[in-house]
Design a protein around this ligand. Structure first.
Ligand code: AMP
Ligand code: ZN
Length: 142
């Protein structure tokens, strides 16, 4: 039995355990990485802690840190292998933020100017009137 939390119903826990197949690109004692089965771009991969935790709101910081620590090497290898010059690194946390698998995973999504992929990244001006109160509310919770 592993000495970290697992969920027998979790598809990513099953991938780590070898119960369902994956295109594994990396594994060590704490982290597993594999190709996404529905790639947004060529080379889209997922980096996961072996411990089952759903989101950044619930995972122990050191468990997230172990997975994040592997990202520079994995991202460089993905970009070198695909020829992409850039990438997104992102985590969806909660269904409203598009999370569909509730085992925390770090997406590495290679990007090139001609990949046809778009994220509607439409920013709005920060409301500087209410920003100080918001800062205060956040700082009071840290
Ligand atoms: P998210 O929406 O952030 O929860 O992302 C879940 C990701 O997991 C999606 O990009 C899926 O394509 C991917 N995914 C789901 N099942 C598998 C699987 N069996 N092997 C590899 N990737 C998967
Ligand atoms: Zn899991």
């Amino acid at each position: 039995m592993p000495d970290h939390p697992t969920d027998p119903d979790c598809i990513f826990c099953k991938i780590i355990a070898g119960q369902i197949p994956s295109f594994k690109i990396y594994e060590d004692e704490a982290v597993f990485a594999f190709l996404d089965i529905g790639p947004l771009t060529h080379g889209h991969a997922l980096v996961i802690p072996k411990a089952h935790h759903a989101t950044v709101m619930t995972i122990p910081p050191e468990t997230l840190a172990a997975a994040a620590a592997r990202v520079p090497t994995l991202a460089k290898a993905l970009l070198a292998a695909t020829g992409a010059p850039a990438c997104h690194v992102l985590i969806n946390n909660g269904e409203e933020a598009l999370q569909s698998v509730h085992h925390l995973h770090i997406h590495i999504i290679p990007r090139s100017s001609d990949d046809g992929f778009t994220i509607p990244w439409k920013t709005t001006p920060l409301d500087k009137q209410s920003a100080p109160a918001l800062v205060q509310q956040i700082r009071a919770r840290l």
